[in-house]
Design a protein around this ligand. Structure first.
Ligand SMILES: [Fe+2]
Length: 322
């Protein structure tokens, strides 16, 4: 199976409207012009733009109808689902059949479930760590992205919405699942010891769409990256974050492996958001490798933030009996 991209992400929050303010005013995302599952009528009076009748906030970053959904929940889990895009109906049916032949439980979504995500078809499954995944093809493209922040552009499109870094359980099983079954490729990894490594996986030229490490923290979203068009967009986002009182968890820096020039901040969900530019694009000449020294420069505070997030996840997941 060949996943085309990380197409969308679903978060849960006690306060999705906090994400509406943060997403639009700090990140420069646009409220979705129409709510998935309601058909196409963006001019209809629905109350606040980007907010569905159940309080879910939908945000848009490019020509897709939406990329980020924040659903009202009890706040027990930040990450509700990852949407993984397939090329079309043949790839979708072949992919579902491959997974089922491997004994993976896959549930085909109903037309209503696909409509609710603004995609043509959808199937539901879990990775070996318990993360909910949604395979889909045929997203709704409604064009007309215009950031509330004048002139800001995201690097998304065929590269997907960005990347996520996950704390996972049973990393070896996850690695097998994502590479052998879903077709992700290892770009590189950084070792924390003989038995621990953060692995970076790609499904298109973006250096990675998914990174994962088992720190004994159970299942948790550590950070999500959104890539912007240039360093001025990144710097202006840092300015807005500071002005909004958002906690900056790492200084500006450039990662060694994906070349991303970025900073990290705390999101309303408690996990971190990385905002960067200049991310590497890889081709088939690339060889997977171990890399050393995580940063060319900067990113002060990042290692400490990751360790603290792992400990927080361990306590949260332990308290939840996971
Ligand atoms: Fe990252």
């Amino acid at each position: 199976m060949n996943i085309k991209s990380l197409g969308y992400i679903g978060l849960g929050s006690r306060d999705p409207r906090a994400w509406l303010a943060y997403g639009t005013q700090v990140l420069g995302l646009m409220p979705a012009r129409a709510i998935p599952g309601q058909g196409w009528a963006p001019d209809r009076d629905r109350g606040d733009p980007g907010v569905g009748p159940d309080g879910t906030v939908y945000l848009k970053m490019d020509e897709r109808q939406w990329r980020l959904a924040v659903h009202p929940t009890d706040g027990a889990a930040d990450l509700l689902y990852l949407g993984l895009e397939l090329a079309g109906p043949l790839e979708f049916e072949a992919g579902v059949a491959e997974l089922q032949a491997e004994g993976i439980a896959v549930r085909l979504g109903t037309p209503a479930e696909a409509y609710a995500r603004a995609v043509t078809r959808i199937a539901f499954l879990h990775d070996p760590s318990g993360n909910a995944l949604e395979l889909f093809y045929g997203p709704t493209t409604d064009y007309n992205f215009a950031s509330p922040v004048a002139g800001q552009r995201f690097v998304a499109g065929h590269l997907g919405l960005g990347h996520v870094n996950l704390f996972v359980r049973e990393q070896a099983r996850c690695f097998d699942f994502y590479t052998r079954l879903l077709g992700f490729r290892l770009s590189d990894y950084i070792r924390y010891g003989p038995d621990s490594a953060l692995q970076f996986l790609r499904c298109n030229p973006r250096h990675h769409s998914l990174a994962m490490v088992d720190l004994g923290s159970g299942n948790a979203l550590q950070h999500m990256l959104l890539e912007m068009a240039n360093i001025d967009d990144v710097g202006r986002t840092l300015d807005r974050a500071r002005q909004a009182g958002v906690s900056i968890v790492s200084s500006l820096g450039r990662h060694r492996n994906d070349g991303m020039l970025s900073f990290y901040m705390r999101s309303p969900g408690g996990f971190d958001v990385e905002i960067g530019c200049d991310g590497k694009l890889l081709d088939d000449t690339w060889s997977p490798n171990e890399f050393c020294e995580g940063d060319v420069w900067g990113h002060d505070g990042l290692v400490e933030a990751v360790i603290a997030a792992g400990e927080a996840a361990r306590q949260r997941n332990g308290a939840a009996g996971q």
